[in-house]
Design a protein around this ligand. Sequence first.
Ligand SMILES: [Zn+2]
Length: 414
Amino acid sequence: MSAQSHPTLCQVVNEVVETTSVFDIHTHLFDPAFGSLVSWGIDDLLTYHYLIAEAFRCSTEPAEVFWSLDKSQQADWIWQHLFLERSPISEACRGVLTTLRLLGIDARKRDLPTLRKHFAKWTPESYTDHILQIANVRKVCMTNLPFDDQERPYWEKGFTRHPSFVAALRLDPLLLEWEKTAGQLHGWGYDVRADLSGQTLGEVRRFLGDWALKMDSQYCMVSLPPEWRFPENTVTNRLLQEAILPFGRDHGQAFAMMIGVRRGVNPELRMAGDSLAPADVPSVEALCAAYPKNKFICTMLARENQHALCVAARKFRNLHIFGCWWFLNNPSLIEEITRMRIELLGLGVTPQHSDCRVMDQLAYKWSHSRPILAKVLSEKYSDLSDTGWHVTRAEIERDVHQLLGGGFEAFIKH
Ligand SMILES: [Zn+2]
């Protein structure tokens, strides 16, 4: 027998992880029907907030100079600082180059105007399909804000939906800026009051029902600050307990919490100025214990929280943890966190989501994450083999499908 007819376990795992199509459960991408809200192409890639933060470190110019530039000039500035004056060795910079390679674009001449020309032939629609194919992503979950004046008109008018894009109803303004949001809801015909009295909580539930239906949302979500605690008598928690969770039970909507961002730590960096701090895992456990009929999805931004969060998920079957989010989305941390999660939770976890804001990033984020998942899985299957339990290719395919979004789909199923 030749070696070819007997691929090694490692080769099979690599191949299965590479060829299994992903459900990317949290992104900031838009269905191409959202027109100007869709981000794609080299200038959007280069002006990603990760790269803005990195480029600021390389310059002594006042921040206002950068912010006064148009997008293409900002891209030039970032290219100059991060790709020409030094090697683009960080994960975010490497991501731009992986994306170009996967698109078949030769970046070796380091000439940005030439690179731009490669993107001219695409429309948002054709480009979206091209990227989904390159990234081998079968379904993308958006993050959808009914409170956003740019986004809301698309939902109100209605549009033909791309078959690969599904929605998640994001509720940050409702939970974290209630007074302002109450005014907005009132203006849309919901009888709500800033002090939560009268019909308010029922009306918030009606609002959630209307928008979940309009968007066909897969789940509701919020990004909470590290200071969030449960139980605690706050407006946020009352809205959560008396509107969002009852709505979730009635409509089969899971509630996702992304916890740990500290907004605007460096205001000069604008949208690139957010940082992190450890969050409170016992609060998540208390919520899961108090509401066993609700389904919760959680990821945390601080590396320090990851072990406790795994243990929380072991204790509560109504908690599904996911992703290596933002500052954790680096190869060394993805590997560490993925290995720990699989050791503690087996296959009951969604190891990664992309968090992409630019369509093109789907290509690199999955291309960088897949080999890490394959490495960890190969190691675990090999350890199993040592016990005499040999997995078949079909079993590996089943497991990988589960890890790459299939398990999540089953978890949130109504
Ligand atoms: Zn996100």
